[in-house]
Design a protein around this ligand. Structure first.
Ligand SMILES: *Cc1c(COP(=O)(O)O)cnc(C)c1O
Length: 463
């Protein structure tokens, strides 16, 4: 019986004990549909005259295995944890900031039940979601008011739409930047309904350039932190206070897209000495400052706008704000993260901040312990080498943090193959290849992950 007649009916197939149990767990309709798809595949395979014949029993077994495999695959989440051994702290492809324990606890406590998201518990009336996180943001930045939306791209969009739609926005030619993931200042501007008025030149822009461009149609002055590149040489950019003074003189709002959201608390980590801070921008007289929640702030994905009460109120009433509002989980994790920022000793619990402040010696200590654990793995050679970690995520461009890398070679295995095997493990380990050698930077690996990492490397290196 070489033909497709060896394929059992779906009813018969689902009577097999293993599949009957699967149908009990996943539902008969679902298992039936997967079985039918598997049967179609097998039918197509057997339709090929060159296919080797199959007994009815073998066909049923093949189908059973295939259905179980497919069920398993369909239940596995696509989004999964990975070990970031790249040394890039705010790694956009790897989900940016890992959350602090306190933020995770708050998610668990608020996510599983009802909350006062838009309810004033004391008054027993409808409240506003925007009160959440506002007090902490005011305290931490010195601003009068705050607004939280879904991400910083949305924050920039709603500020431009709310304050400058139908009018001109002045931007320096040196700040018409593209941030990763398709965020381009001119394009966001076009979507907001404001029109772009370029001032100055690519490398040098002065206050006088802005002043010369101000006219009846001017609605706002935009300043953008060129957060993912650095200009060197013959360059000039107005001091923020001077730009703020100009904006005030003409009664125009000054809006700054700061990107990374470094709050500017003391002590400043070395890597952030040159990074502009939200607090400094507010103090310089910028009307509104926008930044991300999941870059240097180390919180959930969010776009945060802080600044003058009157300007925040004007933005808040724009209909787009409703479309990009933050959800209760973002508020929960954000408030917990901000509370850690507010207390100096607690800041070390924010993973991004902790990684920023680790010294090369701190990393070295853990790197040595990893090397010691891998020593007994056959064929594996580890070396400690000096290297640098980066902040990433469009923050502090060019900044490099001295670190110690674990360079791993496996006899007979090219670096590319080891790298691929590390990625294929569970959890996947994302490494870097430097000079044809796989290197791991423990700066971005949580200490709790050290065991899993050692095991994953041992596994990837053995065959
Ligand atoms: C990262 C960044 C953005 C985009 O922020 P998201 O939170 O990713 O939407 C916008 N502007 C600047 C200057 C940035 O650095």
């Amino acid at each position: 019986m070489s033909s497709q007649r060896v394929i059992p009916s779906i009813d018969l197939l689902l009577q097999r004990p293993v599949l009957a149990r699967a149908a009990g767990r996943h539902g008969r309709a679902r298992v039936g549909a997967i079985a039918a798809a598997a049967a179609r595949t097998l039918r197509a395979v057997l339709a090929d005259p060159s296919a080797s014949p199959l007994t009815a029993d073998a066909a049923a077994q093949w189908l059973e295995a295939r259905v179980l495999e497919e069920l398993d695959r369909s239940m596995t989440p696509s989004l999964e944890p990975v070990v970031n051994a790249t040394g890039v702290i705010v790694h956009t492809n790897l989900g940016r900031a890992p959350l602090a324990r306190a933020a995770l606890d708050r998610l668990v406590r608020t996510g599983g039940g009802y909350t006062n998201l838009e309810y004033d518990v004391a008054a027993g009336t409808r409240g506003h979601r925007h009160v959440h996180a506002e007090r902490l943001l005011r305290d931490l930045t010195g601003a009068e008011a705050a607004l939280v939306v879904n991400n910083n791209a949305a924050a920039t969009l709603v500020v431009l739409a709310g304050l400058a739609a139908g009018r001109e926005v002045l931007v320096s030619r040196g700040e018409l930047v593209e941030i990763g993931g398709g965020f381009r200042v001119p394009e966001v501007m076009a979507q907001s309904g404001a029109s772009l008025r370029e001032v100055g030149t690519t490398n040098r822009t002065r206050v006088a350039d802005y002043a010369a461009a101000i006219g009846d149609r001017t609605g706002l002055i935009l300043r953008v932190h060129p957060s993912n590149f650095r200009m060197e040489g013959f360059t000039e950019r107005p001091a923020l206070d001077d730009l703020a003074a100009l904006a005030r003189r003409f009664g125009l709002p000054l809006f700054e897209d700061l990107g990374s959201g470094w709050l500017g608390v003391d002590p400043i980590p070395d890597a952030l000495r040159a990074e502009p801070s939200v607090r400094a921008s507010v103090a310089a007289g910028v009307d509104l400052v926008a930044f991300s929640g999941d870059k240097l702030l180390g919180g959930p994905q969010a776009g945060i706008v802080v600044g003058r009460r009157e300007s925040i109120d004007r933005v808040r009433t724009h209909p787009l704000v409703r479309a990009v509002r933050a959800d209760k989980l973002a508020y929960a994790a954000l408030e917990a993260t901000l509370a850690l920022w507010a207390r100096e000793p607690a800041r070390a619990e924010i993973p991004v901040y902790r990684m920023l402040t680790l010294t090369a010696e701190d990393v070295d200590r853990r790197a040595r312990s990893l090397v010691a654990r891998l020593e007994s793995t056959a064929g594996v050679t580890c070396r400690l080498v000096d290297g640098s970690s980066t902040i990433g995520g469009g923050s502090a461009p060019g900044s490099a943090l001295p670190t110690r890398l674990v360079a791993i070679t496996v006899a007979g295995m090219p670096a590319g193959a080891l790298d691929a095997r590390l990625r294929a493990g569970r959890p996947p380990v994302i490494s870097r290849i430097v000079d044809d050698v796989v290197v791991l930077d423990l700066r971005t690996v949580a200490e709790e992950e050290d065991d899993a990492l050692a095991q994953a490397v041992g596994h990837a290196a053995s065959r």
